[in-house]
Design a protein around this ligand. Structure first.
Ligand code: GTP
Length: 157
């Protein structure tokens, strides 16, 4: 378990164990690859981030992850793997998110990308992301760097 503070100074706990904080998390976040590039979305308020969002009533977290990738990027998920879970102790409430790694096989232009402006493909995630205004706050804490390290060191299918 790794503990750190986020961009807003909220406490975050991240773990690569199997659902350590909740069996039934209400949020998902999906690190996406498409044709050898990172696939992000541009949230209208927050800026560039990997896609994600809330699990709907009666939906599994995995299904929510696949849906959010489609809604926010137009990407069709070919393979998706659970890699970990994090918990943010926010001012108002506690948010628990599953993190997935997904391979996207196809990008289809959508009529709407919901709260986002749609897909953004990047060859690299800059190491200075924390100092860059165009990136979302959710890309600016230990979740991103630790998940990227995890993916580098594990053979995630
Ligand atoms: P909406 O109902 O969509 O407007 O959501 P919300 O703004 O109430 O946000 P949500 O329930 O997704 O999250 C509540 C708070 O938790 C946010 O304001 C953030 O402070 C925090 N939070 C949510 N997701 C993340 C995340 O991925 N990383 C970090 N560090 N904090 C998060």
């Amino acid at each position: 378990m790794i503990t750190f503070r986020d961009y807003y100074n909220n406490e975050v706990k991240l773990s690569f164990d199997d659902h350590p904080f909740s069996e039934d998390p209400r949020h998902v976040w999906v690190i996406c690859r498409y044709k050898g590039k990172w696939l992000l979305t541009k949230h209208r308020e927050r800026g560039l981030e990997f896609p994600g969002g809330k699990v709907e009533e009666g939906e599994t977290a995995r299904a929510a992850a696949v849906r959010e990738v489609m809604e926010e990027t137009g990407g069709t998920v070919q393979e998706i793997t659970y890699i970990g879970q994090y918990m943010v102790n926010g001012r108002k409430d506690i948010v628990i998110k599953n993190v997935y790694y997904a391979i996207v096989e196809e990008l289809t232009e959508q009529e709407t990308y919901y709260e986002t402006e749609g897909p953004v493909l990047l060859k690299f995630i800059p190491s200075r992301v924390k100092q860059m205004r165009k990136y979302s706050f959710i890309m600016k804490d230990g979740v991103l760097e630790n998940c990227m390290d995890y993916l580098r060191h594990h053979k995630v299918k």
